[in-house]
Design a protein around this ligand. Structure first.
Ligand code: NAP
Length: 293
């Protein structure tokens, strides 16, 4: 396939909290969509709406000219792309591969190299905006790779969100996502502590949120997760165990650069305490539990 041809058969692998909504927008736009997920039941709704099931990531790659992945961990990404009979091995030359998982910059570079060796094109394109952003097609997408490949991916990526930014070569999308997670890590600690303080001071937290949610403290963590904290709703929009994965990648990268990030280290310590209590499958807003005890 020539590099300027628009993708026609699109594959989507990983249909969890984020992927299911993102794939749904592609289907709603009328594209031919081929899907795979480790647990098939999560594909049911998309299959009822006309998506085609494939039996493995390699089968998706063989059937499509653009493959998008949104799985959990770097180990999942490595397995589906670089494993035997995986995406890179089964994709036809010219196929466009877009990993939207939050994963490591070095793995993104390895995938781009392996893809290029097979005549394929790879982008790392992690996202920000949470479960709400995925549902409402309002994600921010941070891209590493070649401009020509992004140009080809754009009609599909823009179905998931309006803010799509190319940062540089392979791995730079993932580095940018780490910047995002570093900002979020200290912010969610601040939101949690602000609401814990409100409660201890005898204030009504919902009224406090009304007062400060439109000022300089406003943002996704306060305005979207704040109400969940107040309602005691710990359901995952973003799993604590995934956040810990991201904090580990960011701290590892920072260490390699000789950069100290004490705020990030503190957030990781707090979230590790949550995981030790068996709360890793809760949403990140459940951090509030630490301040209740
Ligand atoms: P999730 O609900 O766990 O979804 C991941 C999906 O990938 C699951 O359905 C899982 O299958 C599937 N999967 C994992 N390994 C696979 C493999 N080897 N082959 C096929 N399918 C596989 O997680 P999520 O919240 O959607 O997050 C996905 C990624 O986006 C993570 O890297 C996360 O850090 C990142 N992210 C999340 C958010 C958020 O707010 N949720 C926001 C931005 C970025 P099973 O169903 O069998 O588990």
């Amino acid at each position: 396939m020539s590099t300027n041809q628009a993708p026609r058969r699109i594959g989507f692998i990983g249909l969890g909290i984020m992927g299911r909504s993102m794939a749904g927008h592609i289907l709603a736009a009328g594209h031919e969509l081929h899907v795979y997920n480790r647990s098939r039941d999560k594909a049911r709704e998309l299959l009822e709406r006309g998506a085609h099931w494939c039996d493995s990531p390699g089968d998706v790659a063989a059937a499509c000219d653009m493959v998008i992945t949104m799985v959990g961990y770097p180990s999942d990404v490595e397995q589906i792309y670089l494993g035997a009979a995986g995406i890179v091995e089964r994709a036809a030359p010219g196929t466009l591969l877009v990993d939207m998982t939050t994963s490591s910059p070095s793995l993104a570079r390895r995938i781009a190299e392996a893809a290029a060796a097979r005549g394929c094109h790879a982008l790392d394109a992690p996202v920000s905006g949470g479960d709400v952003g995925a549902r409402e097609a309002r994600l921010s997408i941070m891209v590493g790779g070649a401009q020509a490949d992004l140009d080809r991916a754009l009609p599909v990526l823009s179905l998931m969100g309006p803010n799509i930014v190319l940062l540089g070569g392979p791995g730079t999308g993932q580095h940018t996502k780490m910047c995002n997670q570093i900002v979020i890590a200290s912010t969610i600690v601040g939101v949690t502590e602000g609401l814990a303080y409100a409660r201890r001071a005898g204030l009504d937290p919902a009224t406090v949120l009304k007062a400060i949610g439109g000022g300089a403290a406003s943002g996704f963590q306060l305005n979207v997760l704040g109400p969940r904290i107040i309602a005691g709703d710990d359901a995952p929009g973003f799993f604590i165990e995934h956040f810990l994965k991201d904090l580990g990648i960011a701290l590892g990268e920072a260490e390699q650069m000789g950069l100290q990030l004490p705020g990030l280290s503190l957030a990781r310590k707090l979230y590790e305490q949550m995981a030790e209590r068996g709360l890793g499958r809760n949403g990140t807003q459940a951090l509030f539990k630490l301040y209740e005890s």
